[in-house]
Write a protein that binds this ligand. Structure first.
Ligand code: BGC
Length: 764
């Protein structure tokens, strides 16, 4: 059965809208398709890429650099569609090297058979997919997983997802998305690790290790493709695909580190971003792709363009036509052209005419072939079809281990922002509970904006999760109240009645999943529609409220944060979101998530982030200081913040040595104590400030974190080591330096406060 599942109709529709080239298949057909000169036996074996390269025609070489989407655009989630028929002869002719978005063991095998058994050289196809936070078992969105501050957990999530995807024919994932951003207006913040390069690097490493294991060749593993290289998170105004202007220090210190980590962890491919960075679109940015990525970061793998980005060089106004776009992209170091058809249409001719050297083409082809060897495609191009694999069905029979992991991941990634007078956890013996809000009984949105083959029917809603916690003695009332984004208040009266009748009202509000993710930028970050009005109505009627926000980004909701007694940021929590939220509400799990982003009070504060520079006139330094005259400068909630049902205090920061030489290391530690009544987990965070340096440095930078579990009254001394990697920074030219001088450190539970101390780095 030909099965395809994909959640990204939206992005591809956008790609189609901006499409510069023609329909790819017809464009490829317009070329002369060379059939095999001599019949060859099926399944040839090759030793390495050089042996193959020596036998390939120019067209076959170009074919390896061509990636197409195997299915029509705008396919809805879970639709069953046949492979685009027109691609089959092209595969047979060796004109397509990789395919994205085609899934299913039988489906991919059928296509593979054409490549391996019917094409002249039998080079297998590499099948790729955006396995962003799960394949079928959908976990919390990556931003939420970053809020777990738990790389081990992320590694397990990635490993589980890899196994599921691999069983369905996928060998390559276009993930992890490691774009740091300071702008929550940008919808793709949902797909990434948040605002901090240190946390993002830890997440990048975990995702790559999880996807790839010891070797991405092994069964159940995927080759990773960190994206989008680089500084995509800096799009102006937070508007997707917009221009990026980035300073060199920010490039080195903020945007490049997670890529460096992902590469060091063994990622064999990198996706270039859509955007123009400092005037050069990434698909033509040879300084970033060849110099920085390959020479400075030592990357040896495949560079893949983003969707139609090679063709979009024309729209950027950088290439005069598709020929020019192909030339520029190959020269800049883009090996694979995803879906624009520009390489397919032009590269062979450009080489024949001597505009592009065959040596340059060979370099790119060699890298793609090497990846295919490394992935093991030449030894084992097919996927074993399980006897009953449920492909195309949307049963709830997902593996139990996956559901358990998804539940744990959601528990750990929910952040408790407020809990006045210990309203939470709730008792399971309440007489009545009202569950209210447009997301309370919602399945689809909990999956998040990019959920591969996930299906809404797999999702446990918040209402169901709560219902499962309560005995029949508790009266459970439900009212939707309003839509996520509508203007109608016709459901308010029913919601008010339910909330008034209940001892506590749990209000589940937030964004629809399409409001974040690709092309999901928003200009104002309040609750959409009438939702805040609904919360105000219930609050003003005197109801005891617990508000749960589901969203792909932090929302600017100062009124809610100031008024309601209990507030959870639960992101888009995946298929087990409802159970995990109920676990937290009723104390079967203790909140331990911490914000991976600063929560703004107002959209006007953006960009607001904790690791900012001090300026010459920091807030509070006098009447002419760097503040707003109409709102506070401080965030609604700071980076790293998150409450528990117990409380942790920090004291006695010890610095092992008051002075270390340049290149030396220093050990630091502090006591953290659980002074509350319950066992809980705390993410202990280490921050650093370089007090005097040759470039202005952040007021604080995260340099370490650790999860500790403490029983009531229990203390632990948590230790960190700082070395050159943590103490140094990059100068504008990319040189990495550790400068002598004074450093301040903090160990605490967020980017504010904590136990503090100092040490020196001395020149001698
Ligand atoms: C996105 C990429 C994604 C690609 C393939 C693009 O629109 O920017 O992140 O990997 O589509 O689905």
């Amino acid at each position: 059965m030909d099965v395809f599942c994909l959640s990204l109709g939206k992005a591809q529709a956008i790609g189609a809208f901006f499409l510069v080239s023609l329909n790819l298949a017809s464009l490829l057909f317009a070329q002369e398709v060379h059939s095999s000169p001599t019949a060859m036996p099926a399944r040839r074996s090759y030793h390495n890429e050089e042996e193959l390269l020596a036998r390939m025609t120019l067209e076959e070489k170009v074919g390896q650099l061509v990636q197409v989407s195997g299915v029509p655009e705008n396919v809805e989630l879970g639709e069953t569609v046949p492979l685009k028929e027109e691609y089959k002869p092209l595969i047979r002719a060796g004109r397509i090297g990789s395919i994205l978005n085609l899934t299913g063991a039988e489906n991919t095998n059928a296509i593979q058979r054409i490549a391996v058994e019917e094409s002249r050289l039998g080079i297998p196809i590499l099948f790729g997919l955006d396995v962003i936070h799960g394949y079928r078992t959908i976990f919390p969105i990556p931003l939420a997983l970053a809020a777990s501050w738990d790389p081990g957990l992320v590694e397990q999530v990635a490993a589980f997802s890899a196994e599921e995807a691999r069983a369905h024919g996928i060998r390559w994932t276009f993930a992890p998305m490691v774009d740091v951003t300071h702008d929550p207006r940008w919808g793709r913040i949902a797909e990434g690790p948040g605002e901090d390069p240190f946390l993002a690097s830890a997440m990048a490493r975990a995702w790559v290790r999880g996807f790839q294991g010891e070797s991405f060749r092994s069964p159940g593993r995927l080759a990773a493709c960190p994206k989008h290289f680089v500084a995509y998170g800096a799009v102006e105004g937070g508007r997707d695909y917009n221009t990026v202007s980035v300073s060199l220090p920010a490039l080195w210190e903020l945007y490049l580190p997670p890529f460096e980590e992902a590469i060091a962890a063994g990622a064999p491919s990198v996706m270039a971003a859509f955007v123009s960075v400092n005037g050069r679109p990434m698909a033509s940015n040879s300084w970033l792709l060849r110099h920085v990525l390959r020479q400075e970061l030592g990357f040896r793998g495949v560079v893949l363009s983003d969707w139609k980005a090679v063709g979009e060089l024309i729209t950027h106004g950088i290439a005069s036509n598709s020929r020019d776009a192909a030339r520029q992209a190959l020269l800049a170091g883009v090996d694979v052209d995803m879906e624009s058809g520009v390489y397919a249409a032009n590269l062979a001719e450009l080489v024949r005419e001597g505009v592009v050297s065959e040596g340059l083409l060979d370099e790119a082809v060699r890298r793609v072939l090497r990846l295919k060897f490394e992935v093991g495609l030449f030894d084992n191009p097919y996927t074993i079809v399980p006897r009953s694999n449920g492909e195309g069905e949307h049963s709830n029979a997902l593996p139990r281990e996956g559901r358990e992991l998804a539940r744990l991941a959601a528990q750990r990634s929910v952040v408790l922002l407020k809990n006045d007078n210990n309203l939470l956890p709730l008792s399971k013996d309440l007489h009545s509970v009202a569950v209210i809000g447009p997301l309370a009984a919602d399945q689809e949105n909990l999956l998040g904006p990019w959920h591969a083959c996930g299906h809404p029917s797999d999702v446990v809603t918040v209402l169901e999760g709560i219902r499962a916690k309560l005995s029949s003695k508790t009266k459970l009332l439900y009212a939707k109240g309003c839509d996520i984004n509508g203007e109608s208040t016709s459901g308010f009266a029913e919601a008010l009645r339910a909330a008034k009748e209940a001892e506590v009202a749990i209000v589940v509000v937030g964004e629809a999943s399409w409001m974040s993710g690709e092309a999901g930028s928003r200009a104002s970050l309040g609750l959409p529609g009438k939702q805040e009005e609904l919360v105000r109505l219930l609050y003003e009627a005197g109801c005891r409220l617990v508000v749960i926000v589901l969203s792909g980004r932090p929302l600017a909701i100062p009124w809610i944060a100031d008024h309601v007694p209990a507030l959870f940021q639960a992101w888009f929590p995946g298929i087990e979101g409802g159970n995990a939220i109920a676990d937290l509400l009723f104390g079967d799990a203790i909140p331990s998530g911490k914000l991976p982003v600063t929560v703004p009070r107002s959209t006007g504060q953006i960009p607001i982030y904790y690791n900012h520079e001090n300026t010459g006139r920091p807030p509070g330094s006098g009447p002419f200081s760097s503040v707003y005259i109409d709102i506070p400068t401080t965030p609604l909630f700071p980076f790293g913040y998150g409450l528990s049902y117990t409380r942790f205090v920090y004291r006695d920061l010890q610095v092992e040595r008051s002075s270390i030489p340049v290149g030396g290391t220093v050990r630091l530690s502090a006591w953290v104590q659980n002074v509350g009544q319950r066992t809980g987990e705390e993410v202990v965070q280490l921050y650093l400030r370089d007090m005097v340096s040759s470039l202005t440095r952040p007021v604080r930078e995260l340099k370490g974190f650790r999860r500790v579990r403490l029983a009531p009254g229990q203390s632990a001394r948590v230790e960190f080591t700082l070395g050159p990697k943590e103490l140094g920074f990059h100068l504008e030219d990319g040189r990495f330096v550790v400068e002598p001088g004074k450093y301040q450190v903090w160990i605490g539970g967020s980017s504010e406060g904590g136990a503090s101390g100092f040490f020196e780095v001395s020149a001698s």
